[in-house]
Structures are given as C-alpha cells and as structure tokens.
Write a protein that binds this ligand. Sequence first.
Ligand SMILES: [Zn+2]
Ligand SMILES: [Zn+2]
Length: 300
Amino acid sequence: MTRPATAAALDEDYHVHSVFSDGASTLAENVQAAAERGLRTLCLVDHVRSGTCWVADFVRAVRPLRARDGIRILTGVEAKILDRAGRLDLPGDLDGIDLVLIADHQFPGDGGPVDPQVMRAALAAGEVSPHDVIGCLVTATANAVRTAAAQSAARQAVPQAAAPRAVPQLAAPAAAPAQSTARPLIAHLFSVLPKMGLDESQVPDWMLGRLADQARLAGALLEVNEKWGCPSARTVQAFSGVGVAVVASTDSHDCANVGRYARVRQILADAADAGGASRAGAGPGAGSAGPGSARAWTPP
Ligand SMILES: [Zn+2]
Ligand SMILES: [Zn+2]
C-alpha cells in the first residue's frame, strides 16, 4: 500500500519561531523539544523585514545545532508579500538560509500591503468585489513564488556566467532583495481571507489550479499550518495533485507546541480521502505522478 498522495509527514515541523523574532523559546529549546518528540526534520524560522540585519547571526547560531544526530535542521525566514507584483519584505543577505516562507500577513494590493480590516470594510461597502480581492491575492502569491525562485536560480547561475540565465517573468521591482539560494515555501496560504470576511471556498478551482502549477514550476513547498488551520483539504489536494510537496508546520512560537498536530492531521486526512477517491475514479496509474513528497526533498 503506497502512502496517500497528500500525506505530509507528521514527524516534521517546517515552521518554528524563536527569540530571534517573536517566539518565546530559544533555537536550542526548539531543537531540544523536536528531539524529545522524535521529529525527523525541524525548520527554524523567524520573521524578517527588508531592514532585518540579524540573518547572518541567526545562521551562525543554528550551525552548531545542525550537528545533532537523527534530526535534520533547516533554516528559514518568513517574509510577507508586499503587493500584487509579488515583492517580498526580505533583507538582502540570505546566505545559509534554506527556505523563504512566503506569507499573507497583510492584503498585497497594487500599491503595497493593506490592513485586512480595511479590505473587510471596502468589501462590505461594495467598493471591491470578493472575486477581485481573491484574484489579487492569488496573483500576488504566484508572483512572489516565482520571484523567490528566480532570485534563487540567478544566484546559483552567478559563478557560471556573467549573463543572467534565469529571466524573471516579472519586471524586477526597484526594491527587489538580493538573490538567494533559498527555496520558496508558501506559508499559511489563505490565512488572510477570513480576516477580510472571505472564505477559502470562494477561491475558484481554476485560480487554485494556476497557483498550484506556478508553485510546482518554482519548486515551492506548500505547508499545512497548525496555528492557522489552513489551507483547506481542497487546496492541499489541488497542490499535491500536480506534484507540489506538502509539509506540516506548527508555526509554533513556544517550544511546547513544536511538532504537535491536531488541525493539520485532520486536514491531511481529509485531503488524502479526497485524493484516494479521485485516484480511484481516474483508473490505474492515475496517482503515480503523486507529489514530490517532503521525503524526496533535500535542501541545497
Ligand atoms: Zn506568518
Ligand atoms: Zn510564522
């Protein structure tokens, strides 16, 4: 019996915060908690902005913790999507960072981030439509994923040739951060929708499909987030169905919560049920493409 296509491993945690940003626990306390709970993978993540200057210190502090046996330690930074063009609130130097977590902390409008409460009021007043708001969010997320991946590819190409090999499909924004080799991870996708009075079920299938395709092309990971209880099983299924690796995250801000899943477990079970049903209806071999599971991925 093969693993269901949507089965992210629950002995991993891809999103754990520390005192480097707004977490209550130290890096070492998070690693200790992960080890005690038998986790196989832990990604230490903290919030950054374009002006953040501690990334090198963070990478240096994680280095000795990586040596621990039996647990793969990754580094990540979490940055919000700024606007529809997909600019990210990222600092320039990301050396030593494995993952860039792309987060919808605010609504990414045409002119920059907008407080979700402002969007809620605009929606209630009929100044904007749910369809347009959702379309803008999905476009911004797809552009952010593409931008992050293009920057990573460009960085890897630097030693080989002066001419850039990777041509971003978007015009490079003026405030674009420096290139990195970090892989994109879409964090708590659609968590901003309820803050605006919208629901994930309002995202049309075709939009979800395009975003999933973009994530696959960019080699992005999709997390299922315990703190926010999102994205939904339907979204997980759409992404894993095209081969995007799905991973589990707590978004813990205290080591007591590292690797502890309830909502994620349910979402993944629902997605696996839906995937099993669709594969059964699609005939033999239909599920063979499966997702690139987190197990198949090794960091650069
Ligand atoms: Zn977040
Ligand atoms: Zn977070």
